[in-house]
Design a protein around this ligand. Structure first.
Ligand code: SIN
Length: 293
């Protein structure tokens, strides 16, 4: 068990990771709640099924896992992603020519925006949002450009029983329109006629661990259904602020050829654009997920 304080209350949760033995990788936690650095593995080489299973296990236990010094080719990056499921194609973002699975992440002196500048779970506007994302940063500034991650399972656990009961069965709208329209002009990408929009439960159950997690985020979630508008908006504002508490966050500092693999079903993230006019660039492979329940 681990314990932490939230809003003056003591919150306890189970941490299975402490007792899990790993044989093929090392797993060094960043915090007791979220994040671990994985060592002892070269992702450019074919992985054994035991290595693949231990990585999948470390992801479930830590919600985001990090790797250092992984100088992968685009094809190796894609092959690594495919070990965890079919790959998702982004509805709006630029990709490497001829490789639609490899999304380009880049901000430099000429950028008007950077990816993921506010808290979100990737493409939650899709009817079946991605289960995980695997980002490899090839070039990064000497300082800045960190990514923050937050556990939505811990955020859910910390709610009062009354709030948990109130949220039970509520559904929210996730809309890609405001997020994606005009967002990729810097890359010469014009707008589509429409972008995905979906309704998802405010609290979702992880399909593998069975843990409940809050599933609303600042960039995609526009309203909660079934409540008077003002009440829904106030509830959403409370939940978004709660999700973003530093109590269940970790922060990752990138180096060239670092990789992060996060579980979009139970974690949110936010990328810092504090390095202008420096360049930060890499590629993301995104693994398909299922309809949240
Ligand atoms: C994203 O996938 O949202 C971007 C994350 C990052 O650039 O750190």
């Amino acid at each position: 068990m681990t314990a932490y304080r939230s809003g003056g209350r003591q919150v306890t949760r189970r941490v299975e990771a402490a007792s899990t033995p790993y044989r093929t990788i090392t797993v060094e936690k960043l915090t007791p709640i979220i994040g671990a650095e994985i060592g002892g593995i070269d992702l450019a080489r074919p992985l054994s099924s035991e290595q693949r299973d231990e990585i999948a296990h470390a992801l479930l236990e830590n919600l985001v896992i990090f790797f250092r010094d992984q100088d992968l080719t685009p094809e190796q990056h894609i092959a690594f992603g495919r070990l965890f499921g079919d790959l998702h194609l982004h509805p709006a973002a630029p990709h490497v020519e001829g490789l639609p699975e490899l999304m380009i992440i880049r901000a430099d002196r000429n950028s008007k925006r950077a990816n993921g500048e506010d808290w979100h779970s990737d493409v939650s506007c899709d009817a079946e949002p991605p289960m995980g994302s695997i980002l490899r940063i090839a070039e990064c500034p000497a300082e800045g450009g960190d990514t923050l991650f937050a556990s939505m399972s811990a955020a859910y656990d910390a709610l009062s029983d009354r709030m948990k009961a109130y949220l039970d069965g509520l559904v929210a709208v996730h809309d890609g329109e405001n997020v994606y329209r005009g967002a990729y002009e810097d890359f010469g990408i014009g707008d589509k006629e429409s972008y995905p929009r979906a309704e998802h439960p405010v609290v979702r159950t992880h399909p593998v661990t069975g843990r409940k997690a809050l599933y609303v985020n600042r960039i995609f979630t526009t309203r909660i259904l079934g409540l008077p508008r003002e009440e829904g908006d106030a509830l959403l504002a409370f939940l978004l602020a709660h999700c973003e508490s530093p109590l269940w966050q970790c922060r990752f500092r990138w180096r060239p050829h670092s990789m992060a693999f996060w579980d979009n079903r139970a974690a949110q993230h936010r990328a810092m654009w504090d390095y202008w006019p420096e360049t930060r660039a890499g590629f993301r492979v995104t693994v398909k997920g299922e309809r949240p329940v």
